[in-house]
Ligand binder design. Structure first.
Ligand SMILES: [Zn+2]
Length: 267
């Protein structure tokens, strides 16, 4: 019986996904739900807005292969009917590759938001690599100025794989335990579904609601160029809602908690 209930729930959710998700896929047609703008030079930025933008909040999705996270964000924005998702779309891969007659290089788009991180992340194979580094730097700075510098809260979205990252990696002795201030582990949640946050306020709010949460140590964190490092330097509240690949329902539940957080502190 439980199994049948699960399947009914599963199919109901799929139906829901198709019905409310339709405008997401019908992006090239005129949509009442989303207002989509694209620009593409080095960073293939797509901004998808449902209703009016929030003045102080933006949602960000940088890894194009993390489709569950993108769908969770778009479905949630469609329900809220307010706010914008900024994401990078470039053929579905994690890394962004640039190949022209002059230069060939690639980089992880979540390692470019500080200069040190960017210089380490850029893998240049051929051509004018110094020029590429300079051009990428300019583009990142204008991206940050246009979309992020003025906000008070960044909601980032990521996915991990079954053998990849989980909350356990952040516990003492784990591979990601350096520069972490606190970790809250929920016995009720999939270890792959966790928040990574930069403020005590977000940590307390989300951990009190029985989620897995990691609090970054903003003083000691390694400058790897990720958005959480940049946000901490700017004193912008940052919440990464990270879910296991395919965990759409639980990632949406996480975003519902983020929405409650937004209502409490940012409305
Ligand atoms: Zn990611």
């Amino acid at each position: 019986m439980q199994k049948i209930t699960f399947y009914i729930y599963h199919y109901f959710f799929l139906l829901l996904l198709i019905v409310i998700g339709l405008p997401v896929y019908a992006e090239d047609s005129v949509s009442d739900t989303f207002n989509i703008t694209r620009q593409s030079k080095i960073l293939p930025v797509t901004q998808t807005c449902a209703g009016d933008p929030w003045q102080h909040i933006v949602w960000v999705h940088v890894h194009d292969n993390e489709e569950t996270a993108r769908q969770a964000a778009l479905l949630t924005l469609n329900q809220i009917k307010q706010g914008c998702l900024v994401d990078f779309r470039h053929g579905g891969s994690r890394e962004i590759s640039i190949q022209t007659a002059e230069v060939s290089y690639q980089f992880d788009p979540n390692r470019i938001f500080t200069e040190t991180g960017r210089n380490n992340a850029l893998k240049c194979r051929r051509g004018n690599c110094a020029g590429a580094r300079e051009e990428l730097g300019q583009e990142v700075r204008s991206f940050l100025d246009q979309y992020l510098i003025h906000v008070k809260l960044i909601v980032a979205l990521h996915n991990n794989h079954p053998r990849g990252l989980s909350i356990r990696n952040y516990l003492p002795g784990g591979s990601m335990a350096q520069a972490i201030s606190q970790v809250a582990v929920s016995p009720d949640k999939d270890p792959h579904d966790f928040f990574y946050v930069t403020s005590r306020q977000a940590f307390d709010f989300l951990s009190s609601r029985d989620f897995n949460v990691v609090l970054q140590n903003n003083q000691d964190v390694h400058d790897d160029g990720s958005l959480s490092v940049w946000a901490a330097r700017q004193q912008i509240d940052y919440i990464n809602a990270e879910g296991g690949t395919g965990n759409l329902i639980s990632q949406m539940a996480m975003l519902a908690a983020v929405q409650a957080y937004m209502q409490q502190y940012y409305y």
